[in-house]
Design a protein around this ligand. Structure first.
Ligand code: MN
Length: 712
């Protein structure tokens, strides 16, 4: 087959021999997989993937991309699996083929749906690997070039889709040559009559034009030669569709549009561009108001050029584009130019990926301005990529998060302050817990409150490093503050037993103590007490000892050493003091406090079995008691055995609610598979009496056999 020989010869221009060999191997593989299949035109099917790969080789796509292009239809049309492709050509190629196949599975039913759904799905695909999009676009280009073989209805549908989906993407990616050709081909199939008439008119007009154009080019080239600025000057032919569009939009006649000549001047650098502008303006008068500087301010798709319109020598307007060779590559190949035209060196997928991400962002910013959000959100719920998800802010901005990310991760991704103050999340307009895992296409709104702050439990479910480190950092600072406050209370009590007024301790004494302890600040010493790293009584003694009364023993010193009065708890204490989950103390219970190294105080009930089993060093335990006015909401556990029946759970829940208890959590198990069911409720109560009231209320429910407070 001569096409393949020509194709590989061309590859030799920019690929190394082993790379060419890989592409050839992909061709052989695809050829044998598609053997026996034919296109509508009657040609062997392999001509299509080969043509697609040829188009891509003009953009100098790398060997993996070309191999994937040759294989792009095998998963769809033959029995070949992704695993087989991966075994033969490696994972990157298999992933790309898979990516293209997934895009192919997208069905367009109505035009609106095509807009909303597929356009965006493709964006997602693109964000993953720009080569998948390039292959898809080249695939579409070849299908459009060979559309004549198809039935009329099919042609119209494909042409519409091309106009709605593929041409805009090509445009946004700056793939200009492709964009123009796709538009022209779509126009041809949507309006065959108009296309034929215009094509004929252009063909007829071109004869006269050529001579005029050549004289024009000669004059311009001479101007540049005189100025000694090396420049490549060429004429620009209008596409049929661009003529049609201008006639329609500006209500021009054919000759008004077509009698405009277009030239393009390519020079070495940006400075020469402005010099070239000067040369053109000295040759022909510029038409006022037509000059545009896209070099200083590039178009959103990266396009850069100087545009000017001149009064040409024969009274006809002359449109000129001036740009550097580099700008020209971007103007023609857009995002592809960034890496396809890179001279030598390895294809850097990361670089290409970053570039693509930037494009996708700007793309989304543009299309989010004019979207129907609900439909938009529904439309992109597709699972194209396993490791990343794409979600939306209320303003329609897209954010990429790792799979498993929760609303809290999202909040921190938006801004650290949003994360620190988030209290609830609305996901797709529904209020859901902050721990909710996000899915592709979710729209997330975070509700914040000024007084809210990070909860240590978030660390158990956040998936991003950013959220984790910000929460840790915040808690550390918070713990320091709260521990210091706790430490101060404990120290005051210790001083009270020594009958020392805390206010009588001077700053000098504190400074002396800091030196003695090697601590950076008073706050650090207080926090150490709160965290159980230092005993409050020892610190109190040291403070009174360093009071300067050399030789004086602190009063009551020896007798009460190491024995401070109990610490009183007022209710909800925060991070430095936490209530143990094993015994869940509530006001009214007898308490004991356990210092955990560097983690503050954990409060248990005095009879907690879990604590007893731990055989804790008595130095780590302190007396704790409830303040008389302790208040708050406390989690208590109750366990019950019931004879299972319909509606029982509801009856128990009602009994708890009737007693003013709030159910936080329920779990159940059937110990021996019989009729007896063990239920566990976590109930929020005010204190011990309240809990007793709840238990009595539940006891009255028929079929409740046994009920007790859960101790572990
Ligand atoms: Mn195809």
């Amino acid at each position: 087959m001569s096409e393949i020989a020509e194709f590989t010869r061309h590859l030799g221009n920019y690929l190394a021999p082993p790379e060419v060999a890989l592409v050839e191997r992909a061709f052989q593989f695809s050829e044998s997989a598609h053997r026996g299949q034919f296109r509508k035109s009657g040609e062997p099917y392999i001509t299509h993937p080969l043509a697609v790969a040829s188009i891509l080789s003009q953009w100098r796509l790398d060997a993996h991309g070309l191999a994937a292009a040759l294989l792009h239809d095998v998963m769809e049309d033959t029995t070949v699996t992704k695993a087989e492709i991966e075994a033969s050509f490696g994972k990157p190629v298999a992933d790309m083929v898979d990516g293209v196949s997934k895009l192919d599975q997208i069905e367009f039913t109505t035009r609106e749906e095509a807009q909303a759904e597929n356009f965006r799905k493709m964006l997602l695909a693109m964000a993953k690997d720009v080569r998948v999009i390039l292959i898809k676009l080249a695939d579409r280009l070849h299908n459009m070039r060979t559309l004549d073989a198809m039935a009329r209805a099919h042609r119209r549908r494909i042409a519409h889709e091309t106009v709605d989906i593929y041409a805009p993407i090509a445009n946004r990616l700056g793939l200009n040559a492709l964009y123009l050709e796709l538009q022209d081909l779509a126009f041809k199939h949507l309006y065959p009559m108009r296309y034929r008439v215009l094509a004929g008119a252009i063909k007829a007009a071109r004869g006269n034009r050529r001579e005029v154009m050549n004289r024009l080019l000669d004059a311009i080239r001479e101007g540049f030669a005189k100025a000694a600025i090396p420049a490549h000057v060429s004429g620009r032919e209008k596409t049929i569709f661009s003529v049609y569009k201008k006639m329609r939009e500006k209500r021009y006649t054919f000759s008004q549009v077509f009698d405009i000549y277009g030239v393009r001047v390519l020079v070495a650098d940006a400075t020469d561009c402005y010099a070239a502008l000067g040369i053109l303006h000295s040759l022909y008068k510029p038409i006022p108001g037509k000059f545009k500087d896209y070099i200083a301010i590039a178009k959103a798709n990266g396009y850069q050029s100087l545009h000017t319109t001149l009064f040409g020598p024969f009274g006809t307007p002359l449109e000129a584009q001036i740009r550097t060779h580099d700008m020209h590559r971007i103007a023609e190949a857009g995002v592809a130019a960034h890496w396809l035209y890179k001279s030598g060196g390895e294809f850097d997928i990361r670089e290409a990926q970053q570039e693509t991400h930037r494009w996708v962002q700007s793309l989304l910013e543009i299309q989010s301005e004019s979207r129907d959000s609900k439909e938009f959100l529904d439309s992109i719920k597709v699972d194209l990529f396993p490791e990343e998800i794409y979600v939306f802010t209320p303003k329609g901005k897209i954010m990429a998060l790792p799979r498993g990310a929760t609303a809290v991760d999202f909040a921190y991704a938006v801004h650290t302050d949003i994360g620190h103050h988030c209290v609830a999340a609305r996901i797709n307009y529904e209020q859901l817990p902050l721990r909710s895992e996000l899915k592709n296409g979710d729209q997330i709104e975070i509700m914040t409150a000024p007084t809210a702050r990070p909860n240590p439990s978030w660390l158990q479910f956040v998936a991003t490093g950013k959220a984790r480190s910000r929460i840790r950092h915040f808690l550390k600072g918070l713990q320091q503050k709260e521990s210091a406050a706790l430490g101060e209370r404990m120290l005051e009590q210790a001083l009270a037993t020594l009958k020392v007024d805390p206010d009588s301790i001077t700053w000098d004494r504190w400074e002396a103590l800091q030196k003695e302890f090697g601590a950076r600040s008073q706050l650090e010493i207080l926090a150490d007490i709160g965290l159980g790293k230092r005993l409050s009584f020892a610190v109190a003694q040291a403070l009174t000892r360093s009071a300067g009364k050399a030789g004086d023993e602190p009063r009551n010193g020896g007798a009460t050493a190491g024995k401070a009065p109990p610490l009183t708890l007022r209710g909800v204490e925060g991070v430095a003091i936490q209530y143990a989950r094993c015994c869940r103390p509530v006001p009214g219970d007898t308490l004991v406090g356990q210092f955990r190294k560097g983690q503050g105080l954990l409060v248990h009930t005095r009879d907690c079995i879990t604590l007893k089993k731990q055989r804790v060093d008595p130095d780590q335990l302190i007396d704790v008691e409830w303040a008389n006015d302790a208040q708050g909401v406390f989690d208590a556990g109750i366990r019950l055995l019931v004879a299972d029946r319909r509606g029982l759970l509801a009856d128990v829940a009602t009994a708890i609610a009737d007693a003013g208890g709030n159910i936080d959590n329920v779990s159940m198990e059937r110990p021996d598979g019989g009729e007896v069911l063990a239920m566990f409720f976590s109930v929020q109560v005010k204190d011990r009496r309240h809990l007793a009231h709840v238990i009595r209320s539940v006891k009255r429910v028929p079929d409740v056999r046994r009920i007790q407070r859960a101790r572990t």
